[in-house]
Design a protein around this ligand. Sequence first.
Ligand code: CIZ
Length: 301
Amino acid sequence: MDSERILARIGELRESRNAVILAHSYQPPEIQDMADFVGDSLGLSRKAAETDAEVVVFCGVRFMAETASILSPAKRILLPAPNAGCPLADSMTAEDLRLMQARHPDARAVVYVNSSVELKAESWACCTSANAVEVVDSAPGDSVIFGPDRNLGIWVDGHVDREVHIFEGACLAHANADLDDLRGKMERWPDAEVMSHPETPPAMWELSDFIGGTGDMIRRVPESGAQRFIVGTEEGMAYRLRTLYPDREFVPGGRIWCENMKKISPADVLASLEDLEPEVSVPPGIRERALEAVRRMTAAG
Ligand code: CIZ
């Protein structure tokens, strides 16, 4: 089927199935373009919870679809590429958290939303990069355990009053950002503002004018006087910013590319809407244990 026909059929099924298509800002352009809403994990979780649609086609990775299922168990949550995982989310297990908790018994655990359901179920709260500082600052006590992302943990540690015990996990795409690529672009466009994600290494923050999650980057652009931006996060984000601010220029910096975020094609979305599969659902027992942590995230910031 040609792409025009695929899009037309997606449009028909979106109506007849009472479905909504949500896409993360790291998704490929053709997926962002067909979505009803594009955003970060926090925005997508909120949209999934508040929509009247019965079917949510979640164009992102598994932990995002799971978070939507935790918040909206009555909805059918579809992940068009069932193998779209997140190595960062898999890097910290519930047992890793128990070991840290045994060393720091008074610390509440705050985990990045890029984590498994099992980890969320054993945590006090989860957070996204957009509200990590606020969530950690709202935790009772003097210290928190933070995981799985080490760089984000270091970033949070620099912005809160509490002691932060950090797990040694990493988003390999962000942690291995190519600083030479970034420096080359800074030389080529010396007037550009450099924005970097806190999952990138601290050496990249030192080269940057602004550090924040994807939602922070979106809010930053209209506040900045810059005409051109070098975007130090997953390359899909430069496309998202171009769509929102067509009068400015956005250049990806650091060669940050997430393979898992590129696994969904329009044909996969169509197949999901036709078959109402592959469905992601979180079993009730563990869902209830993870819900409080997820609610603390959606309530903050
Ligand atoms: O929270 C998200 O969606 C991720 C993975 C990154 C960000 O900064 O928005």
